[in-house]
Design a protein around this ligand. Structure first.
Ligand code: HEM
Length: 224
């Protein structure tokens, strides 16, 4: 959390958990589903590469050969799509998405980038995401939605022919699907690195974290 932007907060003694059990279950289910989709996708990709010379080594692929990877991909897609839909419906109905990911202020973005460049990445207030975190989460959620939509177009190009033309044709749909995967993998590298650098966030995503008030945030220090 950006030192200048963050207001120090303490836990709300009687509030709900920062990450309720439902969010934790959906988050970790999503992590498993994403890993299955990414590694099986690499197995399928290797059968008909998009970028000449770019291959994924056997150790990184789920499935011994393309048809086996495809089976994993089809199994994982249900988990990813159903779990993702539950997260989005839950996030909209409970107001969590708005509460955690909005608002994003330009000033906060600049301050967070400055702090990060100075390697000031402490996360004093677990109950509030910094502006860059919010942007990254929104981007990865949109990338996930895009993967499902482009995946449908590649999976059933005849039935979803309108969608395929909207995406610019089959090859474009495939390319956008590959680009979405790259965005998610890029996010994952940074996300996991930050979680390991600030392990109390990882602990909170496992156990629920501090208790928060009705606004979804901790109580400002000195107010209780
Ligand atoms: C591609 C897979 C993943 C995606 C798309 C993803 C996405 C997200 C999103 C959107 C949130 C915010 C959730 C919310 O507050 O409602 C979040 C939080 C979090 N994720 Fe992930 N995640 C993934 C994998 C992982 C993995 C593998 C780890 C473990 C190293 C991890 C650790 C965390 C932690 C610790 C938080 C809380 C961050 C904080 O409180 O600052 N995630 N993740």
């Amino acid at each position: 959390m950006s030192g200048a932007v963050a207001q120090r907060r303490t836990a709300h003694p009687n509030g709900r958990r920062l990450h309720p059990w439902s969010v934790r279950v959906m988050h970790w289910t999503n992590a498993v589903a994403m890993l299955v989709m990414i590694t099986s996708g690499w197995g399928i990709y290797d059968d008909a590469v998009i970028i000449r010379g770019l291959h994924f080594s056997k150790g990184l692929r789920l499935g011994d050969w393309a048809a086996w990877s495809l089976n994993w991909h089809f199994a994982g897609m249900w988990l990813l799509a159903i779990n993702g839909l539950c997260y989005l419906i839950y996030g909209v109905l409970t107001g969590r998405l708005r509460e955690r990911l909005l608002p994003i202020r330009l000033h906060d973005v600049i301050q967070t980038v400055r702090d990060t460049l100075r390697l000031k990445i402490e996360h004093n207030d677990l109950t509030t995401y910094n502006a860059v975190q919010k942007i990254l989460y929104i981007v990865v959620i949109l990338a996930g939605v895009s993967q499902v939509v482009t995946g449908l177009a590649i999976w059933k190009p005849i039935q979803f022919s309108r969608l395929v033309s909207l995406l610019g044709g089959f090859q474009w749909a495939r390319f956008i699907h590959f680009a979405g995967m790259s965005v998610i993998v890029g996010f994952l590298v940074v996300h996991v690195l930050l979680a390991l650098l600030v392990p109390q966030t990882l602990w909170a995503m496992l156990t629920g974290g501090p208790r928060v008030g009705p606004s979804g945030h901790g109580a400002p220090e000195g107010m209780r």
